[in-house]
Design a protein around this ligand. Structure first.
Ligand code: ADP
Ligand code: AMP
Length: 219
């Protein structure tokens, strides 16, 4: 069996979470968001969460050693045996090297790195209107993707929240960090023949079709 091991990359607000959920459902593999895993660790009050908290609220990346162990363990859980969609991981070159080594040890190879392209000014609009379900991680936008019942998740009814790091100042910091630390991964996966770039502008269903086509052509 060939696993479908996919990455979703792109700046904060590109639509990784929105598309990860849709693509995961369509392809039958789990959508694994590194940001969600870290937020749950923070809520649980675990030592790892305590260490990550400050970095996250400032809009900085958490140290590689913290996230690599967490994601490597998660991607080896039984539900990911047939593949996964990793959203927001890797975000640095050392993380990408660690992921390649972890997959290699399992006799697996990345299928494709799907990069959603979005200009910086769109990022600010998307993140400042984002609302998130604290229970299932589903994301909404007050104008572009409102929930059916105001401020409540369509899937589980939980009260939506505005993420602490979706403030104007922290958004600017996260965009700068993306360009400095994560954008080099575009070239990294390009050199390895794994990069598929997709335009992130347009309705989510249209972006989903583009990603689906890019994933299908790589499988
Ligand atoms: P990321 O996971 O890359 O940070 P999200 O999926 O959380 O991005 O999306 C960021 C915000 O943009 C959310 O409020 C989401 O509802 C909205 N959004 C996502 N995709 C689109 C789209 N194609 N058009 C307009 N808004 C979108
Ligand atoms: P996200 O939910 O993807 O927007 O991530 C929220 C925050 O979690 C980021 O701003 C980082 O502080 C942290 N984070 C998520 N994924 C990673 C990663 N792969 N490496 C380092 N930090 C991460």
């Amino acid at each position: 069996m060939t696993e479908l091991d996919l990455l979703l990359m792109g700046p904060p607000g590109a639509g990784k979470g929105t598309q990860g959920r849709l693509l995961g459902e369509a392809l039958g593999v789990p959508w694994v968001s590194s940001g969600d895993l870290l937020r749950h660790a923070v809520e649980d009050g675990s030592a790892l969460g305590e260490e990550a908290r400050g970095f996250m609220s400032r809009g900085d990346l958490v140290p590689d050693r913290v996230i690599v162990g967490l994601m490597s363990r998660r991607l080896q859980e039984p539900d990911a045996r047939g593949g996964f969609i990793a959203d927001g991981y890797p975000r640095t070159v050392p993380q990408a090297d660690a992921l390649a080594a972890a997959l290699d040890a399992l006799g697996r190879r990345l299928t494709a790195a799907l990069a959603i392209l979005l200009p910086d000014d769109e990022v600010v609009d998307r993140l400042s209107g984002r609302r998130t379900c604290p229970r299932c991680g589903r994301v909404y936008h007050v104008e572009h993707e409102p929930p059916v019942r105001a401020e409540h998740c369509d899937a589980d009814g939980a009260c939506l929240i505005q993420r602490e790091d979706d403030s104007a100042e922290t958004i600017r910091r996260r965009v700068a960090v993306y360009h400095k630390d994560s954008e080099p991964l575009i070239a990294y996966y390009g050199e390895r023949g794994l990069l598929r770039e997709v335009d992130g502008i347009g309705p989510p269903e249209v972006v989903a079709e583009r990603l689906h086509a890019a994933a299908a052509s790589s499988a």
